[in-house]
Design a protein around this ligand. Structure first.
Ligand code: ADP
Ligand code: MG
Length: 716
């Protein structure tokens, strides 16, 4: 065994597992004290963690500055610079805690004061006046004088041997205080890698590395810590990002393949009278190509004998409700019941009404169950569900309550899934002997590559086509000073017989204030737009009150609806042509997109006005300008992710990844995610159980990583 390894390990352990078991305290330059600190500060426990403590950036040290040019750049904020010259003099000032070392450094074109507050004696001993050194640090001005605090000092030979590009490592303040600098880490890592007198075995399957022309692990690790040139560094980073994403994709795929093998599902091959009658008699328009395609995909799933777990992504207004309904009709045609769950009562009620209207001619039992369903009615529903006379149950969370019993639940549709937790979905399993087919609908378009990762074990369908004749919503950004014009425009819309939404933010932390602004907005709208009626809906209202207000608006009695984001998802009033969003800067892009989707549902021109304060930061303005420049939900989701990072994108936080990403970035590495996905598919096609000897290293690494993964909750 060649790898230095103080703990006795089995011979069949892969290099990766050896590194995992190699305590950092045995590494030169670390030792027991520092090992403890690295563990508590950075979570570095083993040599494996250490060599995977990747630099966050690099500094180009191929350039040396002259002090004259630094003096000339007076007042600028410098990045780190490299200097070359000699110390003219040293002075130790002060005593005890106040002691400091001042070295005057000159390169012949000017001079700079170097200051050390720590390690004064050691530094003084190490450095000699008159000898040539290379200095590296960030110059600042102190009393008009150029100064370098704690610069790195090296001999010219050492500086040259380290090459032009230097790694910068993530550190904590506490580590810096204890003199564990990037340099220390760098030297420990590179020293450790150099001491291994052979190449580290790769963890990736050899076929994957070869077919994609990836850099091998050993070279990649050495290169990322000590790049020889930018091209090699690029390849090393790609390889290491790929590796992380490949582990995730392989894991996801194995899970989903296994689940498909393990979980039998109801077989629903029949396309019967309900589906056909609906199609020929009730459909008010023809389906879009995308809707047809998705219905076919669903049909194939439910014929397969396996449980369907399909996510349908479709932009707002793409007609997901209809797809859901037709999927449920297929279940009915095969003798099963279906349910549809929505995140809010308003939405559930609206689905209920839409669907009841659509299927009126074909006589099927549809019921609505929400938290405010009365006990008496509830008993009738319970009865109908048990005897099978209710075919489709529509509702809120109430649907998955323990006591709700179906005769034969075969399909569950979940609308706007990010409001439903994993646990809630799991409850559906208890409602029939076999898990029902699951169809998840979401209009929060998360970027495709992200979906591939966070919904990696769901099958994804995309409705990427809007019904014909839709005109894009014209979106503008307006400020306080434009308010009178905005009000006049609202008035014109109302007078022309259209309806208008006015939306206020409602954020938990300052709910009181928000409530005040929405009620004030309501009062002023009542006044301003007389004789048109104004309705009000917000989250603190009783359901019955909300319904009544909502009904005023959807029936067209009220011209204006002042609301908080309770109307965000799914509300459908085609006659509403205008949406005004107050304090638009407080909303996320995806949320704005959702809101905007409430207008532009009819044939008329429609408008969205984003109202905002005058002073917007550059970032906020950029964000809002994305809304004015596109109506494509995927483009918006992509932009939102770039601006905020993937963690904040709705729907992703709860799904979690099995491992932390150290180097890959879900927002930026879309291409590598796709590459990893395809490669994982190829690998599992050729070796489904990862049992071939050449894939054993990968399999054991994957198992090892999963065993360390915490709180990995499955998507049902
Ligand atoms: P979402 O995908 O946002 O849930 P909906 O299902 O609410 O969208 O549909 C939005 C509107 O488009 C509804 O009024 C619906 O009746 C209409 N619609 C759906 N499919 C079509 C179609 N193929 N042609 C025309 N209108 C359609
Ligand atoms: Mg919808």
């Amino acid at each position: 065994m060649i790898l230095p390894c103080p703990t006795r390990l089995r011979n069949d352990f892969s290099d990766m597992l050896r590194l995992r078991n190699y305590d950092t305290k045995y590494i030169k330059g670390i030792g027991p004290e520092r090992a403890k600190l690295l563990a508590s500060e950075l979570g570095i426990h083993s040599a494996y963690d250490l060599v995977r403590h990747f630099p966050t950036g690099y500094i180009d040290r191929s350039k040396t500055y002259s002090l004259r040019s630094l003096h000339a750049a007076l007042g600028e904020d410098f990045a780190n610079v490299q200097l070359r010259g000699r110390f003219v003099s040293f002075n130790v000032l002060g005593e005890g805690a106040k002691m400091r070392l001042i070295g005057l450094f000159s390169d012949g074109t000017g001079s700079v004061e170097c200051v050390w507050f720590r390690g004064v004696r050691e530094t003084r001993k190490r450095l000699r006046a008159g000898e040539e050194y290379v200095l590296f640090g960030r110059p600042s001005r102190f009393n008009g004088q150029l100064q370098l605090t704690h610069p790195e000092v090296e001999t010219p030979q050492k500086a040259e041997s380290n090459g032009g590009i230097r790694a910068v490592y993530p550190l904590t303040e506490n580590l810096r205080r204890r003199n564990i600098t990037g340099r220390v880490l760098h030297e420990a890592i590179v020293g450790f890698l150099n001491k291994l007198n052979r190449h580290l075995e790769d963890v990736l399957p050899p076929s994957t590395v070869q077919s994609l022309g990836l850099m091998d692990l050993d070279t990649a690790l050495r290169t990322i810590h000590l790049p020889t040139n930018p091209q090699a560094l690029q390849k090393a980073r790609e390889r290491l990002k790929f590796e992380e994403l490949f582990f995730i994709q392989a894991d996801m795929l194995m899970r989903s393949r296994k689940r498909k093998l393990d979980t039998a599902g109801y077989v629903m091959p029949r396309i019967g009278t309900r589906f056909n009658d609906f199609y020929s008699q009730c459909l008010p328009f023809s389906l879009t190509g995308a809707q047809k395609r998705v219905i076919k995909e669903i049909h194939a799933d439910i014929c397969s004998g396996r449980q369907m777990n399909r996510l349908v992504q479709g932009d707002v207004g793409s007609g997901k409700t209809l797809v859901a309904l037709m999927a449920m009709l297929l279940a009915l045609d095969n003798g099963y019941q279906a349910c549809l769950m929505a995140p809010t009562e308003i939405l559930a009620t609206q689905h209920f009404e839409t669907i009841r209207g659509l299927v009126a001619k074909i006589g099927i039992g549809v019921a609505l169950l929400t938290g405010s369903t009365r006990a008496k009615e509830r008993r009738v529903i319970d009865e109908g569900l048990r005897d099978g006379s209710i075919h489709i149950l529509i509702g809120t969370h109430a649907v998955i309550e323990e006591r709700v019993e179906f005769k034969k639940l075969g399909m569950a549709v979940i609308d706007e899934q990010h409001r439903f937790g994993v646990a809630q979905r799991a409850r559906l399993w208890k409602k029939s002997e076999c898990p029902p087919h699951i169809l998840v609908m979401t209009a929060t378009p998360i970027p495709r590559t992200l979906a591939m990762t966070v919904y990696g074990d769901l099958d994804v369908s995309v409705i990427d086509e809007l019904p014909p004749g839709r005109k894009p919503v014209q979106t503008v950004l307006r400020y306080e000073k434009n308010r009178a014009q905005v009000q006049a425009a609202i008035r014109r819309q109302l007078d022309a017989g259209h309806q208008v939404y006015i939306v206020y933010p409602l954020v938990e932390e300052n709910e009181k204030l928000d409530l005040k602004s929405v009620t004030e907005g309501f009062e002023s709208a009542c006044e301003l737009y007389k004789p048109h009626m104004t309705a009000l809906v917000h989250g603190r209202m009783k359901p019955a009150e909300k319904d009544a207000q909502m009904a005023l608006f959807s029936s067209g009695k009220a011209g204006v609806l002042v609301a908080t984001t309770v109307i965000e998802v799914g509300v459908n009033v085609p006659n509403a042509t205008t949406m005004v969003i107050e304090n638009a800067e407080r909303f996320g892009l995806s949320q704005l997109h959702q809101l905007r989707g409430r207008v532009g549902r009819g044939a008329e021109n429609s408008y969205c006005v984003l109202m905002s304060k005058y002073e917007l930061s550059a970032d906020t303005r950029k964000r809002l300008e994305i809304m004015t420049s596109t109506t494509d939900g995927f483009v918006i989701a992509e932009a939102d992710m770039q601006l905020r990072g993937p963690g904040d994108i709705e729907g992703t936080a709860q799904s979690g990844l099995p491992f932390d990403l150290k180097i890959a970035n879900l927002a930026q590495d879309g291409q590598i995610i796709q590459m990893a996905r395809r490669a994982a598919e190829t690998l599992l096609d050729s070796d489904p159980g990862l049992a071939l000897p050449e894939n054993r290293n990968f399999m054991s690494a994957l198992k090892d990583m999963l065993s360390r993964a915490q709180d990995w909750s499955r998507i049902s």
